[in-house]
Design a protein around this ligand. Structure first.
Ligand code: BTN
Length: 248
C-alpha cells in the first residue's frame, strides 16, 4: 500500500496515455489532492510540446493542486517540485555529485538530466485558474538515449534503482513539505534553496528560445523565478526557454 500525506488520494494506472492528462480531467471535476501514478505512459509529454518517453521502471506522477493562485505564481511550482525531487533523489544517490537544478524545471546529476517537471494550468473566462497540475517524471531504471540534454537514471549512475512505489511515497512527502512552505512563506525560501544548488549559476550558458538563442552569463533568478542573463547588450530577463552550457 502506498502511504501519501494527509489530504492526498492515489489514482493508479498500470498504463495510461499521460498521468498529467488524466490529472487534468480529474482537476476539471474538482478532484484536488489526486495523485495520478502510472507504471508506464503511452503519450507522456514534456515541456514545450516534447515527448516524454515512459517505459516501465521509472516514476510518472501528476499532482492535482488547488488552483487558487495566479498564473504567474503557478510557474513557481516548478521550483517547488524540483526541490522535492532533489531531496528525494539525494536520499537515493548518496555518493557522487548531488542533484542540481537547471532552470526552469530540470533536475540534473552532473551534466545529465535525471528528472523533468511539467506545470500545466487552465484558466477560466475571468483569467483565474480553473485547473492546476504538476507532472513529474524521474528516471530510475532507464533514461532516453537521444535528447537535446543528455539524460541519466539512478541505475545508470550505478546505484540500485528504487521501485517507483517507494520513490512515489518519498516524493509525495517531500512535495507536501515544500508546497506547505511555499504556501506559507512564499517564493523566497524556495528561491534560496533552489539557488544554492542551481546548475550553471554564474557560468556562461546558451538559452534557446525557439527559434532564437541567447548567450551570456547566468547571473541569477529573480524574485518571481525568471532567469537573469548577462549578455553583451545588458541583462535580459527571460521567462521561458531551455538552458544549455555555453560550450556544448
Ligand atoms: C520535461 O522535462 O520536459 C517535463 C517532463 C515531465 C514528464 C512527466 S511524467 C509524469 C507527467 N505526465 C506527463 O505526460 N508528463 C509528466
Amino acid at each position: 500500500m502506498i502511504r501519501l500525506p494527509a489530504g492526498y488520494r492515489l489514482v493508479f494506472y498500470d498504463t495510461v496515455g499521460s498521468t498529467s492528462e488524466a490529472a487534468r480531467e480529474l482537476a476539471r471535476g474538482g478532484a484536488v489532492g489526486s495523485v495520478v501514478w502510472a507504471l508506464q505512459q503511452t503519450a507522456g509529454r514534456g515541456r514545450r510540446g516534447r515527448t516524454w518517453l515512459s517505459p516501465p521502471g521509472n516514476l510518472y506522477v501528476s499532482f492535482v493542486l488547488q488552483p487558487d493562485i495566479s498564473a504567474a505564481r503557478a510557474a513557481q511550482l516548478g521550483f517547488v517540485a524540483a526541490l522535492a525531487v532533489g531531496d528525494t533523489l539525494a536520499g537515493v544517490i548518496a555518493a557522487g555529485p548531488p542533484p542540481a537544478f537547471k532552470w526552469p524545471n530540470d533536475v540534473m546529476v552532473g551534466d545529465c538530466k535525471i528528472a523533468g517537471i511539467l506545470v500545466e494550468a487552465e484558466a477560466g473566462e475571468d483569467g483565474s485558474l480553473s485547473t492546476l497540475v504538476v507532472g513529474i517524471g524521474i528516471n530510475l531504471a532507464s533514461a532516453p538515449a537521444a535528447s537535446a540534454t543528455p539524460a541519466t537514471s539512478v541505475a545508470a549512475l550505478g546505484r540500485p534503482a528504487p521501485t517507483p512505489d517507494i520513490m512515489l511515497e518519498a516524493l509525495a512527502a517531500h512535495f507536501d513539505i515544500w508546497l506547505r512552505r511555499w504556501r506559507s512563506a512564499g517564493f523566497a525560501p524556495v528561491r534560496s534553496a533552489w539557488r544554492s544548488r542551481a546548475y550553471a549559476l554564474g557560468r556562461p550558458i546558451r538559452v534557446r528560445l525557439d527559434p532564437a538563442e541567447l548567450r551570456g552569463r547566468f547571473r541569477d533568478i529573480d524574485a518571481e523565478g525568471g532567469l537573469l542573463l548577462e549578455t553583451a547588450d545588458g541583462v535580459r530577463h527571460i521567462s521561458a526557454g531551455d538552458v544549455f552550457p555555453a560550450l556544448r
